[in-house]
Design a protein around this ligand. Structure first.
Ligand code: AMP
Ligand code: MG
Length: 490
């Protein structure tokens, strides 16, 4: 039972709710309360993130924190709701909506940002269809771990504030323990939110959502004459940067459906995602991605495809004349590959310690990637090895040839190897959440041993610093290990 005293403590940790989404027209969402659960218990609570949000979670007892982050006590000022959206999943259009997520509310941080605080796995909503609205512990911890790792790698992402067990079973292919993840995002508006309105030919709704997204995420565009066009362009720019950042750490999202592309440019929805070990552009980990639609090397093209779906929803508001609207949209979409390549080249130059731009840089980068592909080299350790001067392919003439080319390139711009390597150590992580280590951490947690999870969180939390916290986390899975597979952990 929740006492009055608990509620007042939960209210006193610094919440400042300003719920803008709840003030949109009623067709954007459905108000809904998180389900009551038997025996909530905290598994992990991100006090450091809470602090940056202005929330003093250290004041909470374990049971208060569990009650808060399982939705048993709703803090004053919250206005829980499930958002309506649609999306193209593996290319097919579907009406969706928050079927297992509930937006608790939007919270104003001390540095003035407005962030969504959302529960995932907190029970059914009118969008649940046949689903139970619940989530299992493993996938929620996986999202917690990988999203926090992405943040430490400097990649825009939703954050994870807490994972709490519900004390109730969830029924999947076997019985698992239910859990709730608290996710923090700049906003959960996604390409699929626009598609939901477009599917109903709700042009007024599209106008409202364009204004909302600009106000919330791109306030610098408020003075632009053609706001929908400015928004499309700005979203394309952020996606180009985001996917370039993914490519540079070998991150494979795994399920780049349009409902999983956030307008904010944050990485969202960590389902079957994983990091590539050996460099191979065809790498796919998701058990359901038989065609390799979302393979590593496809991610830039899929981002463009998703942006085209976004642009289609904007056609009725881009220009009074249909042909003009199409021309404006096409210009942005056609520009995307070049835009992506610029973002990717500049990120790759940082990885190779290059301070200037030269026309032959693309060939230099491709030369290294080709060698890595051919030599089945580990993506992360190769780049980190270049940054630290570790032995890589010294007996391999092809590698040595590339290395001479790279050294020559550095010399030509007047950069010493040492100063290039100093910079490179801030662009090439020593540690990523390696698949076998993630599995080890999750199976530990499954047996109530949180030690491997905490050690991995510590290691991926400071990925650019060499140190004892990296011990054992840098090696790829042993030779001959089963090919890694991920599942859409719902
Ligand atoms: P996701 O795979 O998390 O992107 O989810 C895709 C869609 O399926 C969203 O509309 C979710 O709300 C819905 N969904 C996923 N799992 C469940 C579940 N256990 N219960 C209800 N809806 C779900
Ligand atoms: Mg999703």
């Amino acid at each position: 039972m929740i006492s009055k005293q608990d509620a007042s403590l939960v209210n006193s940790i610094g919440w400042r709710f300003e719920n803008t989404y709840a003030r949109l027209p009623e067709y954007f969402f459905v108000r809904v309360q998180p389900a009551a659960v038997q025996a909530p218990a905290v598994v992990v609570l991100n006090h450091a993130l809470a602090k940056t949000l202005g929330l003093n979670t250290r004041r909470l007892s374990d049971s208060d924190a569990a009650a808060l982050f399982s939705g048993q006590i709703i803090p004053a000022g919250a206005d829980p709701l499930a958002q309506a959206y649609a999306g193209h999943q593996f290319g097919s259009f579907t009406m969706l909506g928050d079927g297992r997520a509930i937006l608790l509310g939007e919270h104003r941080t001390p540095d003035g940002r407005l962030v969504d605080v959302q529960f995932k796995g907190s029970g059914q909503t009118p969008f649940s269809r046949r689903g139970d609205g619940r989530a299992a512990l493993g996938p929620m911890l996986r999202e917690y771990l990988i999203s926090e790792a992405m943040h430490s790698l400097g990649i825009p992402t939703t954050r994870s504030l807490a994972v709490v067990l519900t004390g109730e079973p969830v029924y999947r292919d076997r019985v698992l323990r239910g859990a709730v993840l608290t996710r923090v995002a700049a906003s959960h508006v996604r390409v699929g939110t626009f598609e939901f309105l477009a599917a109903q030919q709700n042009v007024e709704g599209i106008r409202i959502l364009v204004a909302y997204a600009i106000d919330r995420l791109y306030p610098e565009l408020k003075e632009q004459r053609n706001q929908p066009l400015a928004l499309l362009d700005a979203v394309a720019a952020r996606q180009a940067e985001l996917v370039a950042a993914w490519q540079c750490v070998g991150f494979i999202h795994g399920v780049m459906n349009t409902d999983n592309m956030a307008l904010s440019g944050e990485t969202i929805d960590y389902g079957p995602c994983a990091f590539m070990d050996r460099y191979d552009p065809d790498t796919v980990f998701s058990s359901i991605d038989h065609m390799g639609r979302y393979a590593y090397g496809q991610q830039p093209r899929i981002a463009q495809w998703n942006l085209a779906k976004f642009a289609e929803t904007l056609l009725p508001v881009l220009a009074p004349d249909w042909d003009d609207a199409i021309a404006l949209a096409q210009e942005v979409i056609r520009e995307f590959p070049a835009r992506f390549e610029r973002a990717w080249l500049s990120a790759m130059r940082r990885k190779l310690g290059l301070a200037t731009n030269q026309p032959e840089d693309k060939a230099l980068i491709d030369g290294l990637l080709d060698w890595m592909h051919h030599a089945k080299a580990d993506f992360t350790n190769t780049f980190r090895g270049l940054a630290t001067g570790a032995a890589l392919g010294e007996n391999d003439e092809r590698f040595m040839q590339w290395h001479r080319q790279w050294s020559g390139r550095l010399q030509a711009e007047g950069t010493s190897l040492g100063s290039a390597q100093n910079r490179m150590r801030t662009a090439n992580p020593a540690v990523i959440p390696r698949n076998h280590k993630v599995e080890e951490a999750l199976s530990g947690a499954e047996m109530n041993n949180m030690e491997p999870m905490m050690a991995l969180l510590e290691a991926v939390g400071r990925p650019f610093e060499d140190g004892a916290h990296h011990g054992g986390f840098r090696e790829p899975a042993p030779e001959g290990a089963e090919p890694y597979q991920t599942f859409c952990g719902t």
